[in-house]
Design a protein around this ligand. Structure first.
Ligand code: MG
Length: 483
């Protein structure tokens, strides 16, 4: 351990000198002792305006605020899709989910009767890091297939513990759509954890059903801390995906009533506590100087659940839509001694974590398929102030809705208000927004900028062609029940 600490110190001094002098990074042959650890903390349905450090006035998130102070706060960071399953597929594979059959016009996400999942031939971040023998764990929500052949251990993770899909599924004595309709009128409807017969899995085995969601966040936090402690002497990757603050909301009794924002704020206070536990464990073990921690959300807030949904702050709309509120998420990247602190207004995406982690670990991303992942490490280490990502394509439900290039965003399809059961809205003409001058996408610039409209339409057309070679739909497959 002492040897590793000395090496880390030298390594961080080297990186600091690089960043100060703006010397381009050189390829470094990393030994096992110098390999950085990676932690992704992924929340569910957290909005852009829900953290103190992103402007929320009544939810207190001191641990995340400190993380942002010590690390980088990214203000224009996107998820690959505005709903759970495809967003996670994009993060873990570095590919738009339309490429691997994880974005579907038939079904938005996977359900307990789904037979499909992330195809085994897809390569995840965990599998990439296995090139250097990383210890890997997925803890929390998976939602990339709950059958054994799709669970995390088939995708490069050594172990799994968590609820394999959304925490509002497996309702007892209540159809899913009926529950949603009632809960949108009364967010407290079915407030007991026993109404949701969701399983808690350890690897592929059910160990608790229904999972007690009142204590779940605390328990998966403790398991994450245990994983870090157990692997302190070897490089590790922890994918820690919370099921909260997705409805139904549950928090430990210690946090109930702690917030002026009601139960949603209480849940956020517990998630903030959880982040604090992870970061403090890294500090205590002196791993903080050699660990990159990414905090983000899988999509925007589920606004139709009133006070039980979050806030997108100044952004338009929320979960399920390709407006900024659906896909721009509050993101912090932390790594004291490596990640240069600051606020980054460049464009980034969860799609980019694959390439970024590969660069930092000296591993290779797949070369036998089209990738959508850019290396953000020069920005993290202070070698560059410009993101290699200048464009972003907005997909949902198997359809390409919009494109962003620089400050301009062109919508050709929309989905608003946020309602899973409504169809996409076909526009009379494309809508063009200047996201620098109009973060809320209020003022259509279509008439005034025909050249920009044409340029972005050409990008959309080229991108449609680029993804034409794709895997079949993996979300619509259902488990066949013999009559
Ligand atoms: Mg979600």
């Amino acid at each position: 351990m002492l040897k590793r600490s000395c090496f880390l110190l030298l390594f961080s001094v080297f990186l600091t000198s690089c960043s100060t002098q703006k010397i381009p990074s050189l390829p470094i042959e990393k030994s096992a002792e110098s390999l950085p650890n990676f932690v992704i903390i992924f929340t569910d349905d957290l909005g852009y305006g829900d953290l103190s450090c992103f402007g929320n006035p009544t939810i207190k998130t001191p641990h995340l605020d400190r993380m942002a102070e010590e690390g980088q706060k990214w203000t224009q960071f996107y998820v690959a899709d505005p709903v759970c399953t495809p967003s996670r597929a994009g993060l873990l594979t570095g590919r738009y989910p339309i490429r691997n059959g994880m974005s579907s016009s038939k079904r938005a996400v996977l359900f307990p009767d789904s037979a499909g999942g992330l195809p085994s031939e897809e390569v995840t971040i965990a599998e990439v890091l296995k090139q250097k023998n990383y210890a890997t764990a997925a803890i929390g929500k998976w939602h990339l297939g709950h059958l054994p052949q799709h669970l995390p251990r088939t995708q490069g993770f050594d172990s799994y513990l968590g609820i394999p899909y959304s925490n509002d599924m497996d309702l007892i004595n209540e159809p899913y759509v009926s529950y949603h309709n009632k809960a949108q009128k009364n967010p407290d409807y079915l407030a007991n954890t026993n109404n949701y017969n969701v399983p808690l899995l350890q690897n592929e085995t059910e160990i608790e059903r229904p999972c007690n969601q009142n204590t779940y966040t605390r328990r998966i936090t403790e398991k994450s801390v245990d994983f870090i402690k157990a692997h302190k002497d070897q490089p590790f990757f922890l994918y820690f995906a919370h099921n909260q603050p997705h409805i139904p909301l549950f928090a430990h009794a210690d946090f109930i009533g702690s917030s002026k924002r009601g139960l949603y704020g209480d849940v956020l206070h517990e998630l903030d506590w959880s982040v604090g536990q992870i970061l403090q464990t890294l500090r205590d073990l002196q791993l903080d100087k050699n660990t990159i921690v990414v905090f983000s959300s899988d999509n925007g807030p589920w606004l139709s659940f009133q006070t039980h949904g979050g806030s997108a702050g100044p952004l338009r709309a929320g979960k399920g839509t390709t407006f900024e509120g659906g896909q721009r998420v509050p993101t912090i990247i932390w790594g004291p001694g490596q990640v240069i602190p600051g606020v980054v207004h460049e464009i980034g995406s969860t799609l980019d974590l694959m390439k970024t982690f590969a660069t930092l670990s000296g591993t290779e991303i797949p070369k036998d398929r089209k990738m959508d992942s850019y290396d953000l490490s020069p920005l993290l280490l202070g070698h560059s102030t410009a993101s290699p990502r200048t464009k972003f394509y907005y997909w949902t439900r198997g359809a390409l809705h919009a494109v962003r290039s620089g400050k301009w965003k062109l919508h050709v399809l929309q989905r608003e208000p946020i309602d899973y059961w409504k169809e996409d809205l076909l526009l009379d003409h494309p809508e063009l927004y200047n996201l620098e001058a109009d973060i809320s996408e209020k003022y259509d610039q279509f008439e005034a900028n025909p050249d920009k409209v044409a340029e972005l339409q050409a990008l959309l057309k080229a991108h449609e062609l680029d993804v034409a070679d794709r895997l079949p739909d993996n979300l619509e497959k259902r488990i066949v029940v013999d009559e």
